[in-house]
Design a protein around this ligand. Structure first.
Ligand code: ADP
Length: 541
């Protein structure tokens, strides 16, 4: 990388350095090498001469304590507080108690076994006894396992068997289906600071399909009920062409949202609700122990039901970065590039360039980033509470946050893209133009819209469930259109690559998330935001 020195001379900086712990997915190394980084070599380099340390498990606290200003760790201490199923259930239950179940009703009712056994039996019996009510389905998941291992779905309690700690959760038995196949969403969320809370959501993501048709009469068919790729890639239908879904078991969000729009589904409303879920979930684990210079990439699993209500299934620590198909490659590679942009090394590495012994010795010209990539935008976060408050007042270069209202703050550098609410008609007509939409789809959409009263209706999901989309439907480019549909005064305008800042979303939320984070005030702001979102929707309907 070349930089201008104070006296105007060009100076080539030494490349950024990464450290990988064992079992780090290969794509992390690939992306960093693509960006011109070099791998840390303990024999050759000073102990502190690295910029990013990536590992799949939590870091020892000594690594947190000895962190240098130019270094970043990919985990926060105790981030597992929301990534273990039982911990998450406990935190969300506490939040329901404190702030009302209406706000936190996005997570299916859950019981932690064996402790909650009596409570579960009481709920189960109550349901069974209520006349005219169809008894629920339940899903039992081991708390310490992932990738669909050890999961059991049941309706009758006599089928419930467990040997270890599990959670028993209400099974969402009316999922949105596309051509009869169940799906869920793997959403990438990057927290660059827990204090002040700074949350970015990745616009692109993965839709993961089951590979056999959904059928409540065969609860033990994992290929029909579980959407984990780790399971479905071994299914008999994985490679075959499945009507409506295609081969394999993945789509991108862009493709999914394109399909929703064809049917007149308000995907922006759906994404707003998902954003709210992400914020409310992360608030449940606050405060985490103070730690600077870390970030956390979470994988949120969201199931959408046939009324287009999103449900949080779980939050993943180390979301899978393996590449099972070309869709994985496209989404995850770009995701990793964008994470590095978000970390803003161009700004933070100056300390290492100046302070590390021999830092100017290696004068190699490195390709800082691929030519196709756009200039990095600066991002907030990655600072401990104390540092942030100092920097906000002290440093002219420190990016902070700016909201569309024009209020605050030093993040003017962040505001490259200004999401603006487009009327839905414009979006759909753009989409139609881009997609050269087949007549039948257009009719289906009009029909669906006629029946759509206020919000997304089950009528549309029934259509989606039966529909076989034509292959020529193309992807609608997410980044070319506004992410948030919103009240102009509320929404942030910060986007770094595919990452969009969703929290803080206004000045009050920012203030409440600093120092001694004031969750109550933040919840108040979220309630206000949700009211505004609802009234905007009602006006449009
Ligand atoms: P794991 O960590 O083992 O992947 P998840 O909670 O993500 O556990 O569940 C695995 C899969 O099971 C999900 O991807 C989803 O398809 C299905 N699933 C999990 N919980 C529910 C639920 N409450 N309702 C409906 N489907 C569920």
């Amino acid at each position: 990388m070349e930089m201008m020195t104070d006296d105007g001379a060009r100076e080539t900086l030494k490349p950024l350095v990464f450290r990988l712990h064992e079992n780090t997915p290969a794509i992390v190394r690939e992306v960093l090498l693509e960006r011109g980084w070099t791998e840390f070599d303990q024999k050759e380099q000073d102990d502190a001469d690295w910029n990013l340390y990536w590992r799949n498990s939590p870091f020892p606290m000594t690594d947190h304590h000895s962190i240098k200003p130019w270094q970043r760790l990919n985990h926060y201490p105790e981030a597992v507080r929301i990534t273990r199923k039982d911990y998450l259930a406990r935190h969300l239950k506490r939040m329901k108690g404190a702030y009302g179940s209406a706000l936190y009703e996005f997570s299916p009712v859950a019981f932690i076994m064996p402790n909650d056994y009596i409570k579960f039996i009481t709920e189960y019996s109550k349901e069974r006894q209520s006349v005219g009510r169809r008894s629920s389905y339940w899903i039992c998941k081991p708390v310490h396992l992932s990738r669909g291992r050890g999961i059991l779905i049941f309706q009758d309690i006599k089928d419930l068997v467990y040997h270890h700690a599990v959670i028993v959760q209400k099974y969402i038995s009316n999922p949105l289906l596309i051509s009869g196949y169940k799906l869920d969403l793997r959403l990438y969320v990057c927290v660059t600071s827990f204090c002040p809370l700074t949350i970015y959501i990745y616009e692109e993501g993965l839709v993961r399909f089951a590979t056999e048709k959904f059928d409540l009469s065969s609860l033990d068919n994992i290929y029909a009920h579980l959407t984990n790729t780790s399971i479905n890639k071994y299914g008999a239908s994985y490679r075959t062409y499945k009507e409506g879904v295609g081969c394999g078991c993945k789509w991108t969000f862009s493709k999914f949202r394109s399909y929703l729009r064809i049917f007149g589904v308000d995907d922006v409303l759906l994404w707003q609700k998902i954003n709210n879920i992400v914020i409310l979930t992360l608030l449940a684990v606050i405060p985490l122990p103070e730690a600077s210079n870390c970030f956390e990439l979470f994988g949120f699993d969201i199931l959408v039901d046939d009324e287009f209500k999103p449900w949080l299934l779980e939050v993943n620590y180390n979301p899978a970065l393996c590449l099972d198909c070309s869709i994985d490659d496209a989404v995850k590679r770009k995701l990793l590039h964008d994470i590095i942009e978000l970390l803003n090394y161009k700004q933070i590495d100056t300390h290492r360039q100046n302070e590390m012994p021999g830092s100017k010795a290696v004068r190699r010209q490195m390709p800082w980033r691929r030519t196709s990539q756009s200039a990095p935008e600066k991002a907030p976060g990655l600072l401990s509470c104390r540092k942030v408050s100092t920097l906000i007042s002290a440093s002219p270069t420190q990016p902070t946050l700016q909201f569309a209202s024009g209020s605050i703050h030093k993040v003017s550098t962040l505001t490259k893209k200004t999401p603006r609410a487009h009327p839905r008609e414009t979006l759909t007509s753009q989409l139609r133009e881009k997609m050269n939409m087949p007549k039948a789809s257009s009719q289906a959409k009009t029909e669906a819209r006629n029946k759509l009263t206020a919000v997304n209706s089950p009528f549309i999901s029934a259509q989606l469930s039966r529909w076989s989309p034509s292959p020529e439907v193309c992807n609608y480019k997410l980044s070319k259109r506004p992410y948030f549909l919103s009240d102009k005064d509320q929404m942030p305008v910060c986007q770094v690559g595919g990452f969009v800042l969703i929290f803080p979303f206004n000045e009050a939320a920012l203030q409440a998330s600093k120092d001694n984070i004031d969750v109550k005030s933040i919840i108040k702001e979220i309630n206000k935001l949700m009211c505004k979102q609802n009234s905007t929707r009602e006006r449009k309907a």
